[in-house]
Write a protein that binds this ligand. Structure first.
Ligand code: ZN
Length: 469
């Protein structure tokens, strides 16, 4: 993710998600012992995600009326029970649920905050695969994050800009809304003719009938819910392939086309260069969605899987950053929101390597400038390995000090080992989840240098750390 403020900023009337900060009450169905919990156990966002099952696949069928801002949808969620379940919970913020079926049978359900509590007609055995079908609809409402930014289904003049970090996916589909539960996705999105709907993965079909067009997208590699997107608008679309044959799909709001042209032209080169550094590109397609978002939104870019989203024309280093996340964040995803430095430290370091390639500062010069800079002390506010509060997961220490830690690591282990780590870490944890402890052990196994002090100092110590290497 990347943020920069628009020049004019004003108050927004977005829905508050104070709920996200408090742990959700347990099962409301009165079932003892075998109720799936309403938390994935995240230390910073305890009310996100749920227990008792793991999702394998989401089939999302969405029809969006751009003028009425109305969503009519069905979600079919294939999951595996990780314990015997009499009830389980899904995250869904707002929207009206009309019926829920589990394995084809009507299920009882209730709502509590952003929890949809489902009680199947018959209990689910541990290990059973089960299919939940939720019919729902209404006008999706965006979320306002603890750090003040807007996310979720953000309406634009001609559709929606759909960003999901950390919680926004629940504004448009029910699911297990936590990075630790990754699944494959199929999207079927119907919009008025003339509009384009762009989701993750590859476009399987595009059919127009009776004034409406349906876009089918298939995302075949595991994806965390915060990386799902469904951009809708009047887009200029370009489809091409990289020299290595990777399909590219780029959708740009015409108002942003001119400013986006040069950075996006470099996308094939960026994918190739990053594949050389981080190993084979992890997914079966790539691309971008550049939208024109409402005034007074915080400018963001988010590494939505296969297609980063940009709330306005990006610059080249932002494209480099979001594409680096395809390895660091999307393919290898943190186990909890506490470890976002594993995403942002690497994506920031990728920007540094790119700048050096373009003839600018070296990563060591970037490190030195930040280390000596006295004008902005925010980067020493907290250690990146322990953000402490939800709003801190996107604060400067996670990005800058995270990247500085990597430069210290590079100096400690030497270039050869460091660049091996950049390739082997995403290979080892491809399509799965990892945490800081695993990263430390992974690095330590590749060098004779004792890295204990380095990680203690740069990942966990308070204040401005000591430069060790
Ligand atoms: Zn980022």
């Amino acid at each position: 993710m990347n943020r920069r403020p628009f020049r004019s900023c004003g108050a927004t009337a977005a829905l508050s998600v104070a709920l996200l900060l408090s742990s959700c009450a347990g099962d409301a169905m009165g079932v003892r012992g075998t109720a799936g919990g309403g938390s994935a156990g995240d230390p910073l966002f305890p009310a996100l995600g749920n227990g008792g099952y793991q999702v394998r696949h989401y089939g999302l069928d969405l029809a969006y009326d751009v003028k009425k801002k109305h969503l009519d949808a069905t979600a079919e969620i294939t999951a595996e029970a990780t314990k015997g379940l009499r009830s389980f919970q899904l995250d869904l913020q707002g929207l009206r649920v009309s019926d829920v079926r589990v394995d084809g049978k009507d299920a009882a359900f209730s709502r509590k905050g952003h929890k949809l509590i489902v009680r199947p007609a018959t209990g689910l055995r541990k290990g059973a695969e089960f299919r939940t079908r939720v019919n729902y609809g209404g006008t999706p409402q965006e979320l306002k994050d603890p750090d003040g930014s807007r996310e979720g289904w953000v309406k634009t003049a001609d559709g929606a800009f759909v960003s999901g970090e950390p919680a926004g996916s629940m504004t448009w589909f029910p699911g297990n809304n936590h990075p630790d539960d990754k699944a494959t996705y199929d999207f079927e999105i119907t919009v008025p003719k003339g509009y384009t709907a762009v989701a993750n993965g590859e476009l399987r079909s595009e059919k127009t009938a009776k004034g409406r067009t349906t876009f089918q997208w298939h995302n075949g590699q595991p994806m965390a819910s915060y990386l799902a997107t469904a951009g809708i608008g009047r887009f200029d679309v370009s489809r091409s392939r990289t020299p290595d044959g990777l399909p590219l799909y780029v959708a740009v709001d015409p108002a942003e086309a001119k400013a986006s042209r040069k950075p996006l032209e470099r996308l094939p080169e960026i994918v190739k260069w990053e594949s050389g550094l981080f190993g084979p590109y992890p997914f079966s397609s790539a691309g971008a969605i550049v939208d024109r978002t409402p005034a007074r939104i915080t400018w963001i870019a988010l590494e939505s899987q296969t297609k980063p989203i940009y709330a306005g024309a990006p610059d080249t280093s932002t494209v480099v950053h979001e594409m680096a996340h395809q390895w660091f964040g999307d393919s290898v995803t943190p186990k909890t929101w506490k470890d976002t430095w594993l995403n942002e430290g690497f994506a920031t370091y990728a920007e540094w390597l790119w700048e050096e390639r373009e003839g600018g500062k070296t990563p060591q010069q970037q490190f030195d400038a930040l280390y000596e800079d006295k004008t902005d002390a925010r980067r020493w506010d907290f250690p990146p390995g322990d953000p402490g509060t939800p709003e801190n997961v996107t604060a400067p220490p996670v990005y800058e000090r995270g990247a500085m830690l990597l430069q210290q690591l590079r100096n400690a282990v030497g270039d050869k080992t460091f660049f091996k780590i950049l390739k082997e870490w995403p290979a080892k944890y491809r399509y799965s989840n990892a945490d800081s402890k695993e990263f430390i052990a992974f690095c330590q196994a590749r060098t004779d240098v004792d890295l204990t002090e380095l990680f203690d100092e740069w990942l966990y110590a308070k204040g401005r750390p000591e430069q060790l290497y």
